[in-house]
Ligand binder design. Sequence first.
Ligand code: FES
Ligand SMILES: [Fe+2]
Length: 358
Amino acid sequence: MDGVLHNAWYAAAWNHEVSETPLARTLLGEPVVLYRNRAGRAVALEDRCCHRGLPLSRGRVDGDAIECGYHGFTFDDSGSCIRVPGQARIPPGAAVRAWPILEKYQIVWLWAGTPEDADETLLPDWQVMDDPAWRVVKGDPPFHVACHYELFNDNLLDLSHLAYVHIRNIGTGAVPDFPIVTSRGDRTVRMIRWIMDSPPAPLYARFGGFDRNIDRWQYAEAQVPSLNTVWVGCLPAGCGAKPGDHPAAIGRGPGGRDGGGFEFFNLNAITPETDRTSWYFYAHSRNFALDDPEVDEMFRVELRGAFQEDVDILAAQQANMDRHAHKPRDWLDINVDGPGLTLRRMIGDAVAREREAA
Ligand code: FES
Ligand SMILES: [Fe+2]
């Protein structure tokens, strides 16, 4: 795929999706088969046999190796062919591509670029996925979305859409009335909005049991190319939330639970599948009602319903752009588009640098 950054980690699968049964998934335009070897390590190989091109995912895992389901070529977990049925000689170059894999935060990450450059420190800090003080509900299975991944990036950095797309669950009409503050780091763009002294959104009223106005915050931090951490929460209005407050560390917000409100993290990883389709992995991690299956269910069902609304909007947007050959450069920009445009520029620059280096 052109126009994507290769030297980056992309979510390939939830950890529980990868097993001894091969999983086929197209990532950045490449056919990939994922499976676990005997040690339990996740493996990602090109899902295309070098003999006659059958997807290896149509075959079977045999110990550390995977056997093609057509004529039995067998590949070890580095992608080298180790067996050709009917002959002792393995033709030179008989291999499929293998990608570096990292398993962290309950996600199997694939490094799409130069293997030697794979660098674990390039993942964002999502320790709330593994911290027992936080309760995680994953979006399972990942959404398959009929849009270019950058449309999803835009969506997650412009939460003014809550007033329109999510008015029945996490939105209120007041959201766009409150301005955003934008900042950027080397590889990150941050969007902050405080929605002060406003009625709670329907789902917020249910989560927090509010019968009066709240102060609500949205902190979105997107990392190049498509990993976005959204920290949200609210307090009863007048309880001391200060616009501009920023958490000193994860979970140390302006009060959240202790102040009579609540907070949670929404972690998002968008992985390009093709130029027109993406995989959307998301999870919610909260530090309240840890052992409450009813709250789990609200996150699982209600928030999936809300995110389905994004998936539908984005597919319609992409379809309309394609139908009329409409490009991002034809768009009209307003204030709330700032963070998304910054991220687009940063991705564009990173892709250009990568191309130059190649
Ligand atoms: S296509 Fe895989 S062994 Fe022939
Ligand atoms: Fe949304």
